[in-house]
Structures are given as C-alpha cells and as structure tokens.
Design a protein around this ligand. Structure first.
Ligand code: ATP
Length: 260
C-alpha cells in the first residue's frame, strides 16, 4: 500500500534559516505517529507541509500520492483532516456544536445557506456521539469548556472521513480530567482498524494515547530520531532531543518523563 505521506529531503527556509532541515519521513496508512520536540523545533511547520498548506523550499513532499507543487491543493485538502487551535478560532462562537461539525462537509466555518443532505446530518450526529458530544449538539460552540471545544475540533476534522488525520497539540491547555478523557478517546479511535493514518504533535509524552505506533523527534528543524514508538520514546533519545537528562517510564501503555 502506498504511503499517505512521504517527505524526501524536505527543507523549509524562512529569513535565511532552515526551520525544517533535510527531513525524510514516510507515514503508512496503518500507522499512528506522535511528533515531539522542543519549542520552535519545526513541528507546526511539518504539519503545514503534511496538510498541503505549505510547500517545501527544497525536497519533495507527497501527500496522498500527490506531489505538492504539482497538484490542486484544494481538492487534496478535502481528503486531509486537520485539527488545530488556529483553525478552531475560525468557528463562530454562536455556531451550534452540530453545525460546527456539519460545516466541515463544505470546508466552511459558519453555517450559511449550504444545503446539507440527511446523510451528512446523520454522519455529524454519529461523529458527535463517538467524541461524547451528542448531549451538546445544540449548544453554541463558544459556550463549551476547553476540553469540549478540543473534542469538537477533532470531531470536525474526522467528519469528512479523511485519509490522514493531523492533530496539532490536541490536549494543550486541558486540565487533568479533560486531558485524560481526550487521550482515552484518541486511544480508542487510533486503535480501530478503520481509522485513518494519524500524525499528532504534542509537547508531553503523557499525552501519547495507547494505540500510537510510531514517533518522530525534531530539534532545530532536524529529525533526531524516528521509528516504532518504544524505540524512540526512550530516556536516551528524548534526552538528546530536549538537551537534558531524563527518566522515561511506561505503564499500562502510557509514557511518563521527568528530569533525572
Ligand atoms: N513564516 C516564518 N518566518 C520566519 N520564521 C518562522 C516562520 N514560521 C515559523 N518560523 C520559525 O520557525 C521555527 C519553527 O516554528 P514551528 O512553529 O514550526 O515550531 P514548533 O515546533 O511547532 O514550536 P512550538 O512547540 O513552540 O509550537 C520557530 O523558530 C519559528 O519562529
């Protein structure tokens, strides 16, 4: 089966600095990746490439078998699910939770005069139930808790049944209860055979859901390690990437890390 994402020697240069530097990486359909690295390492830039929102300065990026720079990215983006706080800011506060998810079918935020089919509405309702949001379907998006808003972002990004799902810090700013609820839901989703390939950026190994198979570590725009999650999320590899001595543990499928 073809890779859903393939970067070959990809660099992104801004203001004379390589914010991604010779990155080569492939994501297969049955893989779920976590991307970790210090602030400014280039994680969000990597997702911008993977979501076809940015082209490499040099090298080749192929997303769902389309080489960026040679294809109509508007059609391609409909096959990619992307959840980030920046995108969520575009959802009007008064929009109901159901509409915030439903409007993904037309790639818009803010319901206007689009004609939705019953099948779209039923799918939105099913997605809301999957992400434990069905009881909030009629609530305005702006009146949800942070944890609920994060789940709406993800529900919206899976509404169109994407072939690759990109999550930029889905658990950032959540309290312990909301984080654990989200990590568990993500773990269940990631473990399902029919789930798409997933790439999740996070700052904390505690946020890696069970069912995630691979990890990529970035520092200063360069890949410092990549491969099966248990080979990469280690004290040695993380320590090199973050530049400090760490103790890394794993319990019941979940990782922990602290300074040594
Ligand atoms: N358009 C741009 N022009 C110049 N520099 C940029 C641009 N976009 C990003 N950068 C710089 O590139 C580096 C990587 O940014 P990026 O947002 O990808 O990192 P990150 O790993 O996601 O960081 P964080 O963990 O803090 O969110 C940062 O130093 C950032 O300031």
């Amino acid at each position: 089966m073809a890779s859903v994402l393939e970067l070959s020697d990809v660099s992104v240069v801004r203001d004379g600095t390589a914010i991604l530097d010779s990155v080569s990486w492939a994501v297969e359909p049955d893989q779920r990746w976590v991307v970790l690295g210090p602030n400014g390492a280039g994680k969000t830039t990597l997702l911008q490439i993977a979501s076809a929102n940015m082209h490499p300065t040099s090298g080749t990026a192929t997303v769902l078998e389309n080489t960026l720079g040679r294809v109509d990215v508007f059609e391609l983006r409909t096959r990619i699910g992307f959840a980030s706080t920046a995108l969520a800011r575009r959802i009007p506060a008064a929009e109901t939770v159901l509409d915030a998810v439903l409007t993904a079918a037309y790639s818009v935020t803010g319901r206007w005069n689009e004609d939705y089919e019953d099948i779209d509405v039923r799918r939105a309702q099913r997605v809301l139930a999957e992400w434990k949001l069905d009881h909030l379907a009629d609530r305005p998006f702006g009146r949800l808790s942070d944890g609920e808003q994060k789940r709406v972002q993800i529900a919206r990004s899976v509404m169109t049944d994407p072939e690759i799902l990109l999550l930029d810090e889905p658990a950032a700013s959540l309290d312990l209860g909301a984080r654990e609820e989200l990590v568990q839901l993500l773990g269940g989703y990631a473990s399902a055979a029919e789930a798409p390939a997933i790439v999740m950026v996070t700052h904390h190994v505690e946020e890696i859901p069970t069912g995630f198979t691979h990890a990529l570590l970035l520092a200063d725009g360069r890949v410092t390690a990549q491969g099966p999650v248990d080979e990469v999320i280690t004290a040695e590899r993380l320590g090199e990437t973050f530049g400090l001595e760490l103790v890394v543990g794993k319990d019941d499928g979940r990782f922990t890390a602290r300074a040594a």
